[in-house]
Design a protein around this ligand. Structure first.
Ligand code: ADP
Ligand code: MG
Ligand code: ZN
Length: 598
């Protein structure tokens, strides 16, 4: 009969409790205030009682006095006009009489009502608090931890082979701990997964649990940020208490940087909360006995902000980097996510992978989803290559602005501008080949010239960077040449070119100043003060070199645009007509204009 489910039980207990509090308060007032047994004392009588030591205690309530004599009789009185409560209280206290400032008058309907209202609202408030923060009051401690038996396996995570290899050992340990402990091997307690968001850290942790067939306890650091002080620490304690019982198992702490930031700093509620949770976590990890088969995994994209205490031996001393996938990794991730998707024969996942450099697993999953949506929108049963193109444009460049109203002169200017970029990219041997040119505005870009490397680039040569600057300049140069002026549309190009040039001079040693790092003053990025150790003279030379690199780029662009006017004009026309051209069409147009790639 009392077998309520957790929540109902809690609610019931709260209601009963609230009622008791309310009734108690009411009763208290009524009993204390029964006037029939109370003496009325005037001030003089009270003071003479006080002198003779007959007064046990006195309490003040505004101008009213109430109290008890040593005989046990209750009395009331009033602070006389002209005397202050404080002065009177002092004189009583001097005689060793207990003085209180509390209300204890006769039955005052108003007071009874206020007390009741207060009791009820207090109960209500408590109820709401408990509902909103279950963990805070321990009523639903179980909710603090998300237990799952993970169905995810290593084959669901791809493109992160190195991380998978490193984690293989953890799987073995969880499966057959005896094999490791027999040999006296020290098993990593804590594994820190470090990598950009969406690269599959959470997925990997779950896959480890799935492969080993052990329970997976997950908690996210960000959950601690909005809680009351002390709650986070308790959650951590709960989590590990449960994990100990369930061992072998995995405890996963997502976004560990939210709790594990360096300690110190302004002491506000959140920080204190975090520090307590962090300290508790350290205590728990140190407290593992040698044979407990619990592996704590944590994920972060900001390991640089983590408290050093977390990284000490015996804690998160194993670090596994989870990087953005390369082209082969992307292809395999696409394969994973298209397992259940009917693909039309024209779909070439390798090509899709080639067109999505820098995308994370999460972005690729999203891409596949968008492609499927695109096919569904057109009522098709299978996903085609065109759907992937649409999806990629949408994912990388924001949704196509089909409704943007462009005037004809604006379209013309954009076509010329993009033709300039594309032409320069085509003519410069070190630049990435043109993949696509479009004058359809997307997001904040009015048009776009997409270049794609033949392979993933991990390094940039000086020639490549110089070419990139020339390509960026060429949009503006083409406008100037064909329309006699340029417009504000090049602002972003100039910004990017400038930042490349600055980087070449200041960080990459690719200027006449040579291999010296001269980061901008004030931009120390936590790497110490040495970065600003260069003279004002050097500063001037930096400016000169940046200027020189940019004007060299401008000159290169002018030469290309000036010598290939026919190709430029052909591209302008095709773009105005077709709006978007791919690399094949592009190659066709420039070839027809008599150009060959340099
Ligand atoms: P992280 O924890 O690193 O931010 P998640 O593990 O939460 O990333 O990844 C989010 C989703 O993206 C996953 O559920 C999965 O669908 C997809 N994903 C990310 N990385 C990969 C990968 N390497 N292989 C397959 N899918 C991935
Ligand atoms: Mg995650
Ligand atoms: Zn441009």
């Amino acid at each position: 009969m009392w077998n309520f489910r957790g929540k109902t039980k809690t609610k019931l207990m709260l209601i009963v409790g609230g009622a008791c509090v309310a009734a108690g308060c009411g009763l208290y007032v009524v009993v204390r205030g029964d006037p029939s047994q109370v003496l009325q004392l005037d001030y003089t009588t009270l003071m003479s009682h006080a002198k003779s030591g007959d007064v046990k205690e006195v309490s003040f309530d505004g101008a009213r006095i109430a109290g008890e004599l040593t005989s046990g009789a209750h009395f009331t009185g009033e602070v006389p006009n002209g005397a202050t409560q404080a002065a009177l209280a002092d004189r009583l206290a001097e005689r060793g009489i207990a003085v209180r400032f509390a209300s204890s008058g006769g039955v005052d309907p108003v007071q009874v009502a206020t007390t009741l209202v207060m009791a009820i609202s207090l109960g209500g408030l408590l109820f709401v608090l408990v509902r909103k923060n279950p963990g805070a009051f321990g009523t639903e401690a179980r909710k603090a931890v998300n237990l799952e038996t993970s169905p995810v396996k290593f084959i669901d995570v791809d493109g992160v082979d190195e991380a998978k290899n490193e984690l293989q050992e953890i799987v073995q340990f969880l499966k057959t701990p005896e094999r490791f402990t027999r040999l006296g091997g020290r098993i990593p307690r804590g594994v820190l997964l470090v990598g950009p968001p969406g690269t599959g850290k959470t997925l990997l942790a779950r896959a480890v649990a799935g492969e080993a067939g052990v329970p997976f306890y997950a908690i996210s650091g960000s959950e601690f940020v909005e809680m009351f002080v002390g709650v986070g620490a308790r959650r951590v304690r709960n989590l590990f208490a449960q994990a100990r019982k369930a061992a072998p198992c995995i405890v996963f702490i997502d976004e560990v940087d939210a709790i594990g930031r360096q300690r110190g700093g302004p002491s506000n509620g959140h920080n204190e909360e975090r520090e307590q949770a962090l300290n508790q976590l350290l205590v728990e990890m140190d407290g593992f006995d040698q044979h407990a088969t619990i592996v704590v995994m944590a994920a972060t994209n900001r390991h640089d902000v983590l408290d050093e205490a977390l990284l000490r031996p015996g804690r998160f001393d194993r670090r596994v980097t989870v990087d953005r996938p390369d082209i082969r990794g992307r292809r395999r991730i696409l394969e994973v996510h298209t397992r259940g998707t009917p693909l039309f024969p024209d779909v070439d996942l390798h090509k899709v992978a080639r067109g999505t450099p820098g995308m994370t697993g999460a972005e690729l999953a999203n891409l596949v989803n968008e492609a499927a949506l695109s096919a569904a929108r057109e009522g098709r049963e299978e996903v085609r290559m065109a759907d992937f193109e649409t999806a990629r444009d949408k994912v990388t460049m924001g949704v196509e602005r089909t409704s943007a109203v462009m005037t004809e002169p604006e379209r013309e200017r954009i076509a010329i501008h993009e033709a300039g970029h594309a032409l320069a990219a085509f003519r410069l041997p070190a630049a990435d080949p043109v993949h696509k040119v479009s004058i359809i505005p997307r997001g904040s870009a009015l048009g776009i010239t997409m270049q794609l490397p033949d392979h993933d680039r991990n390094m940039y040569s000086r020639e490549y960077l110089e070419s990139q600057i020339a390509v960026l300049m060429a949009g503006r140069v083409a406008e100037e040449r064909m329309l006699g002026s340029f417009a504000s549309g090049s602002a972003n190009d100039i910004e990017r070119a400038t930042s490349i040039a600055r980087k070449m001079v200041r960080q990459l040693g690719m200027s006449r100043i040579g291999p010296v790092v001269c980061l901008e003053r004030g931009a120390q990025g936590g790497r110490g003060d040495f970065l600003s150790e260069y003279s004002v003279h050097t500063e001037l030379r930096i400016d000169e070199e940046v200027e020189r690199i940019l004007s060299d780029g401008l000159r290169t662009a002018q030469e290309i645009v000036g010598s290939d006017a026919r190709a430029l004009e052909a591209l302008r026309q095709v773009l105005l007509e077709e709006e978007t051209i791919d690399h094949a069409r592009f190659a066709c147009v420039v070839a027809a204009a008599g150009l060959e790639a340099a």
